[in-house]
Design a protein around this ligand. Structure first.
Ligand SMILES: NC(=O)c1ccc[n+]([C@@H]2O[C@H](COP(=O)([O-])OP(=O)(O)OC[C@H]3O[C@@H](n4cnc5c(N)ncnc54)[C@H](O)[C@@H]3O)[C@@H](O)[C@H]2O)c1
Ligand SMILES: [Zn+2]
Length: 369
């Protein structure tokens, strides 16, 4: 199978394909850096992946070590970052170091943030191993950690030197993680590419087993994210579209204390925010039922208690980064494949009274039993 290259900017490319690592692409790239290499991964990424990369570098006589941190969203914190910093300092890693972020979105966000501040900034390379990290987290240069106040509130914009998407690594991905990634693919389809949305709809049950289609869909999705980010790197305008489903989804994640996975929370967010576009008279009602069917086909549980306490939910939304004067703002859809823009505006205020009605609807729609 052919591998693909997407130029993210003048200094960073995505390499996408199967068998990339064996084709010496990664080794040659690492050798060209002339740096001490540190692989950082979480402790649940299968050993064969971490040790596979380490062995590859060893066989090429490249100086490398591997360090692990505890897996999971609850460990995407300043504390984990500090622990990793201490490990690197203990081993006397300096500015001659390049970090390799090997894992899902938690790893690429955390290691990217670590790289951006360690010794005032050292290079890093992203090696995403989940579908979600491939199509979303590893592109665009957003890094960060969570705090008890919410998701990703502390972080930086910091680009990797390169991103290597080896789709063979997805073979060990559990179904739940797989489906998390599909949610972000669906989001990209909804905001910018109807063809992508319908392709995902048509490939329920087969995507995971069809490497050619998978490569095509990941490629299509990466291009969407790349193009949006290229027009608005620091998220003051169009990049807000990528937040579709995330205004509500992040609040659900935080209130549920990360017991739902990111994709599961965002699936609920996509449905609620689609309902908002329908209530605002922008979108036909059938989109909501089509979307619900599609998410259910990917076994997303679509259950939460987060809407039971309206006041708490609203408070959480008011802390969203798109809020202005404590009024929550939302990305809206005009149709599948087309997010709304009006002048230079990409997210729109929604009255508290309408939000409260939607919370009542959501409390019933996503009830636990
Ligand atoms: N920076 C961005 O622009 C951006 C965009 C989207 C999401 N994110 C972030 O991404 C995170 C979610 O990423 P995620 O869903 O990849 O979660 P994750 O990184 O927690 O990975 C999920 C689980 O899968 C395991 N895993 C990873 N690769 C595997 C493989 N190949 N086989 C088997 N298991 C594997 C991990 O050990 C982990 O337990 C969230 O923190 C979210 O905020 C960031
Ligand atoms: Zn997301």
């Amino acid at each position: 199978m052919k591998s693909l290259e997407i130029k993210l900017n003048s200094s960073c490319s995505i390499y996408l394909g199967a068998g990339l690592f064996e084709k010496a692409l990664l080794v040659d790239f690492c050798r060209s850096l002339s740096k001490r290499l540190v692989i950082i991964s979480d402790d649940q990424v299968p050993d064969e992946i971490g040790l596979g990369v380490k062995n590859l570098l060893d066989r090429a006589n490249l100086d490398s070590r591997i360090f692990y941190f505890p897996a999971g969203e609850i460990h995407k914190t300043r504390e984990t970052k500090a622990q990793l910093e201490n490990v690197l300092l203990d081993h006397q890693y300096g500015r001659d170091t390049c970090l390799l972020a090997l894992g899902g979105g938690v790893t690429t966000d955390l290691v990217g943030f670590l790289a951006s501040t360690y010794c005032r900034g050292i290079p890093f390379v992203s090696l995403p191993t989940t579908l979600l990290a491939m199509v979303d987290a590893s592109i665009g240069g957003k890094t960060g950690v969570n705090t008890r106040h919410g998701k990703n509130l502390i972080g930086t914009f910091y680009q990797p030197l390169a991103v290597f998407m080896e789709i063979d690594l997805l073979k060990t991905l559990p179904t739940r993680e797989w489906n998390n990634g599909v949610v972000e693919l669906i989001k990209h389809g909804l905001i910018a590419d109807a063809d992508l949305f319908y392709k995902i709809q048509a490939s329920v049950g087969s995507l995971q087993h069809d490497p050619k289609l998978l490569l095509e869909i990941i490629h299509q999705s990466c291009l969407i994210k790349k193009n949006i980010v290229a027009r608005d790197e620091k998220e003051s305008g169009m990049r807000q579209w990528l937040n579709y489903g995330h205004t509500i989804g992040h609040a659900v994640e935080s209130i549920e204390e990360y017991q739902l996975s990111h994709g599961e929370a965002i699936a609920i967010g996509l449905l609620v925010e689609t309902k908002l576009s329908i209530e605002a008279g922008l979108l036909g009602a059938s989109v909501l039922s089509d979307l619900k069917k599609l998410l259910a086909a990917y076994q997303l549980p679509l259950k939460t208690r987060a809407f039971q306490n309206k006041e708490r939910f609203l408070h959480q939304l008011q802390g969203d980064k798109k809020s202005k004067a404590r009024t929550p703002h939302f990305v809206m859809l005009n149709k599948i494949g087309k997010a709304r823009e009006h002048g230079c505006q990409y997210a729109f205020p929604v009255a508290i009274t309408l939000l409260e009605e939607i919370f009542d609807w959501a409390a019933l729609e996503f009830a636990m039993c």
